[in-house]
Structures are given as structure tokens and as C-alpha cells.
Ligand binder design. Structure first.
Ligand code: AMP
Ligand code: ZN
Length: 461
């Protein structure tokens, strides 16, 4: 069965065909690195990872580009308030550049722990200021911008279909109703360049034809996707919150500059929720992947939890659901490890699995097929080979798992936890000291892709 995907632009599941033979350009909006990513953000990256894996299953070579927003994302989506990076700098006492570096590294480590495939290319907004300035200059030449006291704005009144992606209700956005206008001509207009406040210097600022300042948030994605893919590529992804503002504005800019709406398919992951509502960085009330590992959950159990819900449905997070995912993953690992290698995959199951993931990434149904295989009366080696055929999509690293044959004493686990924390804080001296302490207690610590692993030094336990 061929691949069909839900496209937010057309609000429909439609057959997927690549624009250029077997090559797919995929652009995913990446993290704003002023704080740690929370598990809600990570749910979106798991969805995008599965999308990429399913495209590859269908024989496409995917050029996967993910940006790092390290400048320009303001506290309010209405172009007001502080830059999140400068705010993060005040919160932590480190420079905006340092926190960008710190949280980018932390993000990459979460990325690896969840077994997300490495993108073809990461690109940072601050490494592409020249491209963004050139893009804005083109918008200006085409008559789409105007200046105010605090920046250069995109004039959304020039496009009749502005906000189509979000099916924007223009009437509901009239000034005086919900949105403060400031010097903007229209509520939906947005900054493409902001000036550094008069009389003060920002940590991150650049010269431009319009004055010293920094790019607006949306322009980076229009400029970098055009550079690394083209102004017309296959799929653009993000979380559902991006539909109304960020992606609508990317489309407006690229339409004005290149005459395209960027991507043939627009795909959005739905939110991870918790009891208080949407999980969000801005209210400070969020869980990190580390919050889960500190309570003993395997990062891949969180991946399993994400796989168990369709990407277009909200997922309510709670510890019971997480523990159930961990228990299911443990059962699957044990079953898999008990089967011998050397069999051939069952063609019927493989076809059914593929049909489910090809139907707009129906991974929950595909997981149900995994369990049918586990419970089936197929020879054990066939079951193993069949699950192996699913692994390129599931990414659960079943073959890497080995049952731990030893118990880790509590005081050793506590030392390991302290060392883990020291590594995250990049307190390398402290991490080394704790490594020695563990060694003295008879335990060797190995730093792997998904964190550190302990093993007893021979004869010590
Ligand atoms: P940010 O770092 O805030 O720029 O967001 C990174 C990605 O996470 C974007 O694609 C967002 O749309 C997405 N995102 C933000 N909050 C959530 C949430 N609660 N659940 C799922 N995805 C989210
Ligand atoms: Zn973006």
C-alpha cells in the first residue's frame, strides 16, 4: 500500500508523491535553546523521526534539515517582549551565547537518547544572518515591508490569502478586539527585523541595511529552508502551535519572495498535555527527559509511549501511562531476547505493518501488530526476524538490549546519579572524581549514547 499523509494545508489525508523522483526534502522547526527541551517538544521530534523512517521505508532518500533557534524568538508571538535568549541569559547569569551552546548540547543528548535519526543538517539561526538579511531585502524590493520605530514589519495586507494554513479568521483579529497593535498597521503583521533598543546593546545583534538589531523569528526558517532545500520542497513539520503564527508567517514571506508556499505537505504533531493543560516551557512547569530517567524510566520507554498515540491526537501524560509503556517495552525486550536469530520475516505481518504506517503514520495500530507477532505461534526465529523488519520504523533498539545480570547497590546508584548530573552541568572535574569513586566501589562506568552504564569490575561484586 502506498504512502498517504495528512496535509494541514488541505486538511486532508492525501497520497504522498515526492517532488523529485525518490528524493524528499524535509524541514522541521527545531528548538528555541533558551532552556531545556521538555518532553512535549520531544514528542514532536519523535513524530518527525517516525515520519522520516516511514519515508525511508518507502525507498525515499530523505534530506532532513532541523534548525536551532538561537536568536529572535520573542516572549510573545505578537513581536513583543524580550528575546527568549536574552531572558534565559538573565535567568541563568550566563551569556546568551553560552546558554545557546549549553541548551543545544543538552538537546542533542536528548535527541540521541530517544534514538532519533541524525538529521542531514542542523542549522543555527545565528550562523545565517546574511541569508536572512538578503531575504528581507528581497521582501523590501517586492514592496512587502514597512518600518516602525522598533523594526521592519511584513505587511500582511498585501496577501489576500494570508493565514490560509490556519484558516485564519481575519474578522476576529481586528485591532481593539484581542490584539494590541502598537505601531503595526495590522494585527497580523510581524517583524522581520527588530532594532536594538535605543541606547542599549543586546548580546546578540548585527548591522543591517535598516539599522543594528536582530532578525525576527520566522525569517530564519524561510531563509534556511530555501538555502538547504529550495523554496519549494516536500514536507515541512512542527508542533500544532506553529500553524497559526510561525508557519503562516513563513508561508507569507516565502510567497512574497519566491512565490511558493514552501512545502507540498505541511504536517503538525499534536500536543503532549499534562493535568494543568499544555506542557510549555514558558510557564516553567514542565518535565524534561531527565526528569523521567531520574525516576528510573528508560528514554526509549518514553519513545514507546509516544508511539502508542497517533501523532494527530493529543497525548495526556501521566506516570501510570509512562510506567505502562516501560512495562510493555520490558516485555517486548525480554521476548525478543529469548528468540534465536537466523529466521526469515513473515511476509504477511510485514505487509500489514507497512500498510498501517503508510496510512498517515498509524503507529498505534502498527504496535498492535507487533504484539500479535509476539503472541503468534510462528517459530521463534521467524518472530524475531519479523520484529527486525519493523525496527527501522520503531527505533526501539531491541537488538541492543541485554538483560542486566547484576543488581546495582543503592549507594552505587546514588553516586551514578550524582555523576549524571555533573555531566549535564558540564562539571567535568566533578564527573571524573565520581568516576574514580565508583571505581573504588568496584564499578566501571561507560558513557554511551543514551547516558552512562554501570558494570561491575571483574571480581568486585
Ligand atoms: P520550541 O523549542 O518552543 O520552539 O518548540 C520546539 C517544538 O516543540 C516545536 O515544533 C513546537 O511546536 C513543539 N511543541 C511545543 N510544545 C509542545 C507540546 N506540549 N507538545 C508537543 N509539541 C510541542
Ligand atoms: Zn520554523
Amino acid at each position: 500500500m502506498s504512502l498517504a499523509l495528512y496535509d494541514t494545508w488541505s486538511r486532508a489525508v492525501r497520497p504522498f508523491a515526492a517532488l523529485q523522483a525518490s528524493h524528499v526534502g524535509l524541514y522541521c522547526c527545531g528548538p528555541t535553546v533558551y532552556d531545556h527541551a521538555h518532553i512535549g517538544n520531544l514528542r514532536t521530534y519523535v513524530f518527525e523521526d517516525v515520519l522520516r523512517r516511514v519515508l525511508e521505508l518507502n525507498g525515499y532518500a530523505v534530506r532532513h534539515v532541523v534548525n536551532i533557534t538561537d536568536v529572535g524568538h520573542l516572549v510573545s508571538d505578537a513581536d513583543e517582549g524580550e528575546d527568549k535568549m536574552e531572558k534565559g541569559s538573565r535567568r541563568t547569569g550566563a551569556s546568551a551565547w553560552e546558554i545557546a551552546e549549553r541548551y543545544t548540547r543538552a538537546f542533542m543528548s536528548d535527541w540521541q537518547a530517544l534514538n532519533l535519526l541524525e538529521p542531514t543538517l542542523w542549522c543555527r539561526a545565528t550562523d545565517h544572518i546574511a541569508e536572512q538579511i538578503a531575504f528581507i531585502a528581497e521582501l523590501e524590493r517586492n514592496g512587502y515591508t514597512y518600518r516602525t520605530n522598533d523594526g521592519v514589519y511584513f505587511d500582511t495586507s498585501r496577501q489576500d490569502d494570508y493565514g490560509y494554513l490556519a484558516r485564519l479568521d481575519h474578522a476576529g483579529l481586528q485591532p481593539g478586539k484581542r490584539v494590541a497593535l502598537g505601531e503595526k498597521r495590522r494585527a497580523t503583521d510581524f517583524a522581520v527585523w527588530k532594532f536594538s533598543p535605543a541606547g542599549s546593546t543586546r548580546q546578540m545583534e548585527w548591522d543591517s541595511p535598516w539599522g543594528r538589531g536582530f532578525p525576527g523569528w520566522h525569517i530564519e526558517c524561510s531563509a534556511m529552508s530555501a538555502r538547504y532545500l529550495s523554496p519549494w520542497f516536500d514536507i515541512h513539520c512542527g508542533g500544532e502551535d506553529h500553524i497559526a503564527v510561525h508557519h503562516s508567517n513563513e508561508i507569507a514571506q516565502t510567497q512574497a519572495c519566491h512565490g511558493t508556499r514552501l512545502a507540498n505537505f505541511w504536517m503538525h504533531g499534536h500536543f503532549l498535555m499534562h493535568d494543568a493543560g499544555k506542557m510549555a516551557k514558558s510557564n516553567g512547569d514542565f518535565l524534561r527527559l531527565r526528569s523521567l530517567t531520574e525516576r528510573g524510566t528508560d528514554p526509549l520507554a518514553y519513545r514507546y509511549l509516544c508511539l502508542s498515540a497517533h501523532y494527530r491526537s493529543k497525548l495526556r501524560f501521566n506516570c501510570e501511562a509512562l510506567d505502562a509503556a516501560q512495562a510493555a517495552l520490558d516485555r517486548l525486550r525480554k521476548a525478543y531476547a529469548s528468540w534465536p536469530a537466523g529466521g526469515g520475516a513473515d511476509a504477511g505481518f510485514v505487509a500489514r505493518f507497512r500498510a498501517e504506517v503508510n496510512q498517515d503514520l498509524n503507529v498505534p495500530r502498527a504496535l498492535a501488530i507487533v504484539w500479535e507477532v509476539v503472541r503468534s505461534d510462528l517459530p521463534a526465529a521467524t518472530r524475531r526476524a519479523t520484529i527486525d523488519a519493523f525496527e527501522p520504523v520503531l527505533g526501539l533498539r531491541l537488538a541492543d538490549w541485554q538483560a542486566q545480570a547484576f543488581e546495582i547497590p543503592e549507594h552505587v546508584a546514588a553516586l551514578a546519579q550524582q555523576r549524571d548530573k555533573a555531566r549535564v552541568d558540564r562539571a567535568w572535574g566533578e564527573a571524573d572524581r565520581l568516576r574514580e569513586k565508583l571505581k573504588a566501589a568496584g564499578w566501571q562506568v561507560d558513557d554511551g549514547m543514551d547516558g552512562q552504564r554501570l558494570r561491575p569490575i571483574d571480581g568486585a561484586t
